[in-house]
Design a protein around this ligand. Structure first.
Ligand SMILES: CCOC(=O)[C@@H]1C[C@@H](CC)[C@@H]2C=C[C@H]3CCN(C(=O)[C@@H]4CC[C@H]5C=C[C@]6(CCCN6C(=O)[C@H](Cc6ccccc6Cl)NC(C)=O)C(=O)N54)[C@@H]3C(=O)N12
Length: 113
């Protein structure tokens, strides 16, 4: 049994650059919308966030496991963020509905792992 996508939203995936104290777009320089999904592997009971640019190249801009105890911060209604072991991710959602859907799925994942 492989992984299946349990939620799909549109968001710009950002990384916080500690040196410049700025948010920079993940992946190649261009700030653009990605399709961001949460995948669930039921046999391993693992979840991860995967984002691909909507542009032709479908570049993977985030592939981040959802780790037990991770804090998911809804900084604003459509900008949410979390830390992994080495960086801070930010999602700038295309809509508040997408933000709510993603947050609900992330919360479910964090309650389950
Ligand atoms: C409107 C104009 O927006 C902007 O120009 C930029 C570009 C906008 C998108 C393209 C983006 C949108 C929305 C706002 C919302 C506020 N915000 C910030 O960055 C705030 C302001 C101060 C700054 C300081 C630190 C910083 C960065 C790194 C992480 N962090 C923390 O505070 C973490 C948070 C956290 C809490 C709990 C759990 C996990 C985590 Cl991660 N705390 C800790 C304890 O880790 C942070 O989030 N910060 C955004 C912003 O400015 N911008």
């Amino acid at each position: 049994m492989g992984e299946s996508s349990i939620c799909q939203v549109r968001a710009t995936v950002m990384l916080y650059d500690d040196n410049s104290k700025r948010w920079v777009p993940a992946g190649s320089e261009s700030t653009s919308i990605s399709r961001v999904q949460i995948y669930h592997n039921p046999s391993a009971n693992t979840f991860r966030v995967v984002g691909r640019k909507l542009q032709a190249d479908q570049q993977v801009v985030i592939n981040c496991p959802i780790i037990k105890g991770m804090k998911y911060n809804q900084a604003t209604p459509n900008f949410h963020q979390w830390r992994d072991h080495k960086q801070v991710w930010g999602l700038n959602f295309g809509s508040k509905e997408d933000a709510t859907l993603f947050a609900n799925t992330m919360t479910h994942a964090l309650d389950t792992v």
